[in-house]
Design a protein around this ligand. Structure first.
Ligand SMILES: Cc1cc2nc3c(=O)[nH]c(=O)nc-3n(C[C@H](O)[C@H](O)[C@H](O)COP(=O)(O)OP(=O)(O)OC[C@H]3O[C@@H](n4cnc5c(N)ncnc54)[C@H](O)[C@@H]3O)c2cc1C
Ligand code: FES
Length: 495
């Protein structure tokens, strides 16, 4: 199936390249930070500014993972969140969530401005809209809840969109940016503060020594007083957050804008199938960026169909030119819609995590970094109990899933496609290149052994249990797996 657009996030494709070295000599520092996304780099900037010797180890390239593949709305308006939080966690926790996210928004805007980072930062209003007149009561209740927490929130009807809606909740003075450009700029500022950054350095393990942490990457060690696990999905923690949270995936497309004013603001539909909409730009000019409904990573055997549906939805609703970019991205949902962030003080003192952002980790991620930086400096922070990463949550929130890619035989896999062949108890992940040559890997995810699913849009192997993603050649793109899929042979195939 031929899909339109280049396979890359429009943000990453238009950000300057970074060339930080690999980590090739064991060393020591005050704070080791694993991961160069919004959480890792915001923590690194805050701590380096405070005089700590920080070292960031990034498996791939700065800013190219979940943050660089998001819709990059910088907003404290997270669909219908505040009425839910007031009802489930009470007014005070809802207030803390609002405050943390407001501070996260303002920190990003302040850093982009003060550090003069060219990242297309713009103030925009944020809207949560509905097509359904009967859903306006939920919008009105959310506006009341948000106002009771101090937000400048109001109801508008209809939403300022080029298609029919019943109305929307509007938050003023939110923002949008190019997150990959922002993180590249932030990385430069961390270096200017004396911090160190290494790329193409995958951490394989983090261990507690007698009184320090040992971060292991290949043959080398980083010896640290504190370690920040900013890997999007929490790894190496004793709290099992990697299996507790549920991965959620989206398809995203950037179209050449035919009218750069068609959409003014950042928008999310409160109902399913939900779309998220904003404008942006690449080197060639303005783009319309639209995100499709969420699905559980690795639980859909036809992701390509989702791109076709998304394009059809856009063509029916918003003026747009050609598809320029398309990509898949994932984040993690938490059972109570609040992220887990901060020190794992009881079980792992000196280890800090931030995960479970529920698709709102730009503002929450910046807030989590502020909390972590405060905790490392022994500064009291009111968000500590809200984000407490050791709080009790239901263990059955993530019920896992199974591969969607079983085929009867090798012949069922066409050139350019992938599938999983069963041979006795063994499951083999096979993809064929465009010449038809088959390439085989073990289909067993190196995290906990679930069988991977072929993603027929991005041509990746995605794990239906906890969201690991691998290139078609088996290299890790996204954890919790830290090791590549193992090589395998196709029984009886001499190709
Ligand atoms: C489709 C989509 C759209 C979204 N849109 C928005 C939005 O508009 N607004 C919003 O607020 N939120 C949004 N989010 C959520 C938000 O993007 C994320 O929650 C946030 O970016 C997560 O940041 P992070 O730093 O945890 O992860 P990342 O940006 O992924 O950073 C983690 C880094 O750790 C590295 N890493 C992983 N494992 C290792 C290892 N073993 N060793 C070394 N490095 C490692 C990775 O390579 C990566 O660079 C969206 C999410 C999705 C899926
Ligand atoms: S991600 Fe956990 S088994 Fe694959």
């Amino acid at each position: 199936m031929q899909l339109s657009g280049k396979v890359e996030s429009c943000w990453v494709a238009n950000a300057p390249e970074t060339h930080y070295p690999r980590y090739e000599q064991s060393d020591r520092c005050d704070v080791g930070i694993v991961g160069g996304g919004i959480v890792g780099l915001t923590s690194a900037w805050l701590l380096s500014k405070a005089g700590y010797a920080v070292t960031v180890l990034e498996a791939r390239k700065i800013g190219q993972q979940v943050t660089g593949r998001s819709t990059a709305k910088i907003t404290a308006q997270h669909s219908l969140i505040y009425s839910h939080l007031i009802e489930t966690l009470g007014l005070e926790r809802a207030r803390l969530y609002g405050e943390a996210n407001h501070c996260g928004v303002e920190l990003i805007v302040a850093l982009a401005t003060q550090l003069d980072i060219a990242c297309d930062l713009e103030r925009k209003n944020a809207y949560a809209y509905t097509h359904e007149p009967r859903r306006m009561t939920a919008i009105e209740a959310e506006a009341d809840a948000a106002r009771s927490l101090g937000f400048d929130a109001r109801v508008v009807a209809p939403a300022p969109l080029p298609f029919a809606t019943a109305g929307a909740l509007e938050f003023t003075h939110q923002a949008q940016f190019n997150p990959a450009q922002y993180l590249v700029g932030l990385a430069a500022a961390i270096i200017a503060n004396g911090g160190r950054i290494f790329e193409n350095t995958r951490v394989e393990d983090v261990e507690r020594g007698s009184n320090r942490w040992r971060v292991k990457a290949g043959r080398h060690r980083l010896d640290t007083e504190a370690v920040v696990v900013a890997t999007n999905v929490a790894m190496w923690t004793p709290s099992e957050l990697d299996v507790t949270l549920r991965p959620r995936c989206h398809t995203a497309m950037a179209f050449r804008a035919t009218d750069s004013r068609a959409v003014d603001g950042v928008f999310i539909d409160i109902d399913q199938p939900s779309h998220s909409i904003r404008m942006g730009r690449d080197r060639e000019g303005p783009l319309l960026i639209v995100l499709g409904p969420s699905f559980t990573t690795g639980n859909d055997g036809d992701v390509a169909r989702r791109f076709l549906d998304l394009e059809a939805w856009v063509r029916a609703n918003i003026p747009a030119g050609d598809v320029v970019w398309r990509w898949v991205n994932e984040d993690y949902d938490s059972p109570d819609r609040v992220p887990f962030a901060g020190e794992l003080s009881r079980k792992a003192p000196g280890m800090y995590v931030a995960t479970g952002f529920n698709g709102w980790g730009i503002s929450n991620g910046a807030a989590a970094a502020m909390l972590i930086a405060d905790q490392i400096q022994d500064i009291d922070n009111p968000w500590r109990s809200l984000y407490n990463p050791s709080r009790r949550v239901p263990k059955d929130f993530n019920r896992g899933g199974d591969t969607q890619s079983i085929v009867r035989a090798l012949e069922d896999i066409k050139p350019g496609a992938g599938g999983v062949i069963e041979h006795g108890k063994q499951k083999i992940a096979v993809w064929r290149d465009t010449q038809g040559n088959p390439h085989a890997l073990s289909a067993s995810c190196t995290h906990m052994g679930c069988t991977v699913t072929w993603n027929n849009a991005d041509l990746t192997w995605d794990c239906p249990c906890h969201g690991s993603m691998f290139t078609r050649e088996g290299q890790v793109i996204h954890g919790p797996a830290a090791e590549a899929l193992k090589p395998a042979r196709i029984p009886g195939n001499d190709d």
